[in-house]
Design a protein. Structure first.
Length: 190
């Protein structure tokens, strides 16, 4: 099935399905790369590659899972190419040296995002796919190319490690007795 070979109704339906998948793709991309600009690039590359590879998509299968797999493969390919780059190419470490803001919810979110980025990639993507994207363990396992039991284990280890990271001493808001951010509480439920 190619983009040109489809009827106008089928092509429009597929186009609408691709557009509807963009927010989920972007959220997943942000979760694995930790940078919204890079995530936008990943999503764009995913959509371009998907559009050019429509012939390999089996109609009646899960389009979103297919797109997630393409995005994940693009990320891993680039990760392998870039692993010898300087550790702070986007200036993220330098940006953390700025004085903290006074809005606690925003800061809690930043703490959560930082803790999430400290998780191993396999655990982070498992947690995002299952807890944030609402996929079943089986769907997430298919995307990541592992067994459902492995996916369950990764999600469990990710949740436990996040809980540890979020309650570490040295975090002034945690030491002042403030609670965990809502994003961590939601990620811990399922």
């Amino acid at each position: 099935m190619s983009a040109e070979g489809q009827g106008s109704g089928d092509g429009q339906s597929l186009k609408n399905d691709l557009i509807a998948a963009i927010p989920s793709l972007r959220a997943f991309a942000i979760s694995i790369c930790g940078n919204s600009d890079r995530a936008d690039d990943l999503v764009q590359e995913t959509l371009v590659k998907a559009w050019g590879s429509l012939g390999s998509f089996s109609e009646g299968t899960n389009l979103t899972a297919w797109l997630f797999t393409i995005l994940r493969n693009i990320y891993y390919s680039e990760f392998r190419r870039r692993r010898r780059e300087a550790p702070d190419p986007d200036g993220e470490i330098a940006a953390r040296l700025v004085a903290p803001e006074s809005q606690h919810a925003h800061m809690d979110f930043l703490d959560f995002r930082e803790a999430l980025q400290k998780l191993p990639l396999d655990q982070r993507e498992a947690l995002i796919l299952v807890a944030a994207q609402g996929m079943s363990y089986e769907e997430a396992a298919e995307i990541c190319g592992c067994a459902p039991g492995t996916m369950k284990s990764r999600v469990n280890r990710a949740r436990n490690r996040l809980a540890e990271l979020m309650s570490l001493p040295g975090n002034p808001r945690r030491e002042a007795g403030e609670t965990r951010p809502a994003a961590l509480t939601q990620a811990g439920q399922d």
